[in-house]
Design a protein around this ligand. Sequence first.
Ligand code: MLT
Length: 242
Amino acid sequence: FDVAFLPSEVFKDHDVRIVVDLLRATTQITTFFDGGGSVLVPLKEVEAAFEMKERLGKDWKIMGERGGLPAPGFDFGNSPLELLEAGVPEFAIITTSNGTRALMRAAEGCGRVLAGCARNAEAVCWDALCSGNNVGIICAGRNGEFSLEDTVCAGMLVEKLLALAPANGAEEMELTDGAMSAMALWHHFGPDITVVCQESTHGKILSGLGFDNDLFFCGEVDSSSTVPVLKDVDGVPALVGR
Ligand code: MLT
C-alpha cells in the first residue's frame, strides 16, 4: 500500500487509487450519492463547469467552491450538510480548489479511481482491495501544500487496508515509506478525526467561514457504504456511486 502526500508527486504504479480530500471534496462527493445523486462530473476549472452545463443541459447543477464558498452562479457550495438540507440533485458538475484536480490527476495512468473519506473509509478500502493489492492513496493537499487531515485520514485507510487484506486473500502486504508515515500520523493524531479537522489549517479556515458543523460531519467514520468511482459516462469522465 502506498500514500502520496500531494497530487504533484510522481506516482508509483497502482492497481487502484483512492483520492482523499477530507475537507471537503471527497466527503461532498460521497454525500452526493448518499443523498440520492446519480452522476457527478468533476472538473478542474469554473469556466469548464459552466461550459459542461451548457453542453449537458438544464437538469445539471453546478456545485463546489473557490475559497471555501460557492463561486458566483453555482447552484450549491461544497458543504455536505448544506447539500443534504437543500436536496441533492440527480445530475451535477463539481469543481473545487483541490479535490477535483486531485481526482483528475489520479486518473493519469490508473484505470480505477475512487473517492475516499472518513465516512466511507471501510467501504472504499474493501472496494479498492477487490481491484488488487497495489493500492495508492492520493491526498489532495491544499494549494500544493501538505494537508494534515488528508494524511491522517489516509493513515486510517492504510490501517483498514491492512486489516481487510487477509480476508481478501492477500498473504504479504508491503507498505511504502509514504504509507508508513501516514499511518504513524494517524496513530499520533487519531482516532478523533473531527479534532484533527478542527486543528488543521483548512479546518480553521472553514470554521472561520461558519462551517463548524461540516467538520463534525467530515470526521464521522464509516457512516456511509457508498463508493464513488470515476468512470466514462457517455464519453465524459464522471463519478458514479456504488
Ligand atoms: C478543495 O477541493 O479544496 C476543498 O474541497 C475545499 C473546501 O471544500 O473548502
